[in-house]
Ligand binder design. Structure first.
Ligand code: FAD
Length: 442
């Protein structure tokens, strides 16, 4: 079933490109592939089709569709969304430029004069505004710009994409020569729209509401872990039927004053027991600080998830190397418990600045007592610390985990740490396919 759903969008896209080629080769006013002017029109149309299909694919990538997400993981889908987002403006700009060039040649007009005439066509100004909105959203997502923006402002700017798409639809239906000229093209195109939008609506809105209706999630208790970190326990009805696994994460929207507008991702920090879920949250910014100060037991919770493929299933052998940095311990903590229950041996290298930052210290010690698991705390800024000092690097891995080559590695920590540890493991000869990581950024 997943494979069928996976193939629907690419097959639909291939079909519309096929119809485009047929229309351009055979439709009036004749074969467009014959001369330069016709080619401008044909490829101008293709650019429009690819821009719109690209935006629909972008919506699919972030739809959190359950047939798509487990195959790649939400972080990789989000990364693909970021990369593809950069290519769409190219198609969006090429579309009017190529079409205007074609008409300018036909009418023997300068480009700008022809462009003014094109803007007089029905729905063309709306499409231009739509393209403008999409390009603004893309510019706001460029790493250099995004770094300077508050997450919520950046995230809200993405609503421009929906407005942009909405503005361009009328233009496609009214002016799109391929759609007007070929009912098969039109129906395939509508199906693509419907497929992408239905997935998006289901994954982002309807499914979390359905889950809430079924489980009535509620904050059960809130317990401090360190001065900066606390755990939120969530209960509900029929929790055992929620397909949650250790290492996964969910987007939580607390239905309490001051929280309703935002959903944030947090990892499951204790192996699910069929009764409660635990999430452990570090105070990092405005939302997480508010969680620490104002969230109270009894608050209903909308859960979008669980998502993610950072689970025990990735551990193909019977031994694992777990490497965590700071609050990156959350999925690793639940994984350690799950691996232990599955009879797999694991070693944890847990990096922090100082002892006061270590989360779950007692729980990790308890897991050690149960056997099949050992934890090494590595501290970078506590001179009197008697244990391992500095950072997790190739030397430390070789010394503390000499059988690292026989283990699947699971990493979660700040992005620079994850990259450097991944590079160290690759340098030690660990195959990339055996290095699994969760990145705390979508
Ligand atoms: C898969 C995943 C799992 C995570 N698990 C945990 C966890 O177990 N414990 C924990 O403390 N933190 C976790 N995080 C990080 C947590 O989501 C952010 O710290 C939190 O959203 C910050 O929000 P803020 O408003 O307090 O801080 P801000 O200062 O607004 O944001 C800090 C950074 O967090 C990210 N962020 C902010 N809001 C969101 C959002 N709505 N969606 C996605 N990313 C956002 C952005 O990269 C931003 O730059 C996880 C993140 C991801 C992606």
């Amino acid at each position: 079933m997943k494979k069928i759903l996976m193939s629907l969008f690419p097959l639909g896209l291939l079909a519309v490109i096929g119809f485009w080629a047929l229309d351009c080769a055979g439709a009036p006013p004749g074969n467009m592939f014959r001369d330069a002017s016709g080619l401008l029109l044909a490829f101008g149309r293709l650019a429009g089709i690819l821009a719109a299909a690209g935006i629909l694919a972008q919506l699919l990538l972030v739809s959190r569709a359950k047939w798509l997400e487990p195959l790649f993981g939400l972080d990789r889908l989000t990364k693909a969304h970021h990369v593809m987002g950069l290519a769409i403006p190219l198609a969006l700009v090429s579309h009017p430029v190529l079409i205007t060039l074609h008409h300018a040649r036909q009418a023997d007009l300068p480009f700008l004069a022809q462009y003014k005439a094109v803007l007089g066509w029905e729905d063309a100004p709306a499409a231009l505004a739509g393209a403008f909105l999409v390009i603004i959203a893309v510019i706001m997502s460029l790493p250099a710009v995004r770094r300077r923006l508050n997450y919520e402002i950046w995230h809200t700017s993405h609503l421009f994409l929906y407005a942009g798409l909405g503005l361009a639809v009328g233009h496609q239906l009214e002016l799109g020569g391929d759609i007007n000229g070929n009912p098969y093209f039109a129906w395939t195109w509508y199906a693509l729209y419907l497929f992408a939008l239905a997935n998006l609506a289901w994954g982002r809105v309807l499914n979390p509401l359905r889950l809430y209706r079924r489980h009535r999630f509620v904050v059960n208790k809130i317990l401090p872990e360190t001065t900066e970190v606390e755990s939120i326990w969530i209960t509900g009805r029929e929790m055992a039927s929620l397909p949650a696994q250790a290492g996964q994460f969910a987007l939580l929207r607390f239905w309490a004053p001051g929280f309703k507008a935002q959903a944030h991702p947090f990892s499951i920090s204790k192996a699910p027991d069929g009764r409660r879920l635990r999430f452990t949250i570090k105070k990092l910014g405005d939302f997480t600080t508010r969680v620490h100060h104002s969230l109270r037991p009894g608050a209903p919770v909308l859960i979008d998830g669980p998502h993610g493929v950072f689970t025990e299933k990735k551990c193909l052998g019977d031994k694992a190397l777990l490497i965590a940095g700071g609050i990156g311990i959350t999925p690793i903590r639940s994984l350690a418990e799950r691996l232990q229950a599955a009879g797999k041996h694991s070693v944890l290298l847990y990096s922090n600045c100082a002892q006061k930052d270590i989360v779950f210290r007692q729980e990790l010690a308890e897991l050690e007592r149960n056997g099949g698991f050992s934890a090494h705390h590595v501290l970078s800024a506590e001179p009197d610390w008697q244990g391992e000092k500095g950072y997790v690097d190739a030397g430390l891995i070789k010394r503390l985990v000499p059988d690292f080559a026989e283990r699947d590695a699971f990493l979660c920590g700040p992005p620079p740490m994850t990259s450097s540890v991944k590079a160290a493991l690759l340098g030690l000869g660990v195959a990339e396919s055996r290095i699994h990581f969760e990145i705390f950024a979508l």
